[in-house]
Design a protein around this ligand. Structure first.
Ligand code: IPE
Ligand code: MG
Length: 252
């Protein structure tokens, strides 16, 4: 659910979110791991490992900023074009994360979902995903969605292929079909953050970002901190979201 921007602005970000807090969906294109590592004379894999640590910190910090859904772009379907060893390394990190963090997620009220294709993931990872999703299903504090082997265009295409069977045709029913395709839901993004200096969407959440606010940062993902997340949320809160209507000051 999206709340009015003025309500959002009044929330003290350092306090735990009260019941009436804004419930933001923040999506992050966590880019720059490879460049971060190369700049330090390290292999790209070290950048992905450092990036996974950043993800842990950000996930920990998100709920107290009024974020109820956090979607992180862990692996794009386009990333299969990279050397297999790099992609396998990223998938191994994900597997490690699921094994080490699932209990922590349960304790912290984090519900974990994977969005994207699963059929190309190793069977053991697929099982770990299913186990983590089942174990954390009751979490209500934060919905953590990791986009893995994810392509928004492909997801929309598959949803469109199923949509012809739906009798109640509406944008809402299309979103429902898309959520089924993704398995981890499909909710509107409020704030999209991209680290690493590029300013593009890279096939991420095309449908869900229709009215998202974008924040682009030069910082590479391993250097991103909870303070950076808070600053981005503050920036979001300063913006007026008109969704095509007139700004409040003009509308009167
Ligand atoms: C983002 O960092 C992580 C993934 C795509 C998995 P990159 O690996 O794209 O890092 P750069 O952009 O090459 O620095
Ligand atoms: Mg990149």
């Amino acid at each position: 659910m999206l709340l009015q921007h003025k309500t959002v602005r009044q929330i003290p970000l350092t306090q735990p979110a009260p019941d009436h807090a804004p419930r933001l969906h923040v999506a992050i294109i966590s880019d720059g791991n490879g460049r971060w590592a190369v700049a330090r004379g390290l292999p790209r894999s070290a950048g992905h490992r450092a990036g996974a640590e950043t993800a842990r910190r950000v996930i920990e910090a998100a709920p107290r900023m009024g974020i109820h859904t956090l979607t992180l772009f862990a692996l794009s379907s386009a990333n299969w074009k990279r050397p297999p060893a790099e992609v396998q390394g990223i998938l191994r990190l994900l597997h490690e994360y699921l094994l080490t963090e699932t209990t922590h997620c349960m304790e912290e009220g984090v519900r974990l979902s994977i969005i994207g294709r699963r059929d190309r993931l190793p069977a053991t990872l697929r099982q770990a995903v299913a186990d983590s999703e089942a174990a954390t299903a009751k979490g209500t504090r934060l919905h953590l969605r990791l986009a893995v082997d994810y392509s928004a265009r492909e997801a929309i295409y598959h949803a469109a292929c199923r949509f012809y069977k739906v009798t109640e045709l509406s944008p809402e029913s299309f979103s429902t079909v898309l959520a089924e395709v993704l398995r981890g839901g499909s909710t509107e993004v409020d704030l999209l953050i991209r680290t690493g200096g590029e300013q593009r969407l890279s096939d991420f959440l095309l449908w869900e970002c229709a009215f998202a606010e974008f924040v682009f940062l030069q910082k590479r993902w391993p250097d991103f901190t909870a303070d950076d997340l808070e600053a981005a949320v503050n920036e979001f809160n300063r913006r007026e979201r008109t969704r095509g209507a007139l700004p409040d000051a003009i509308a009167g």
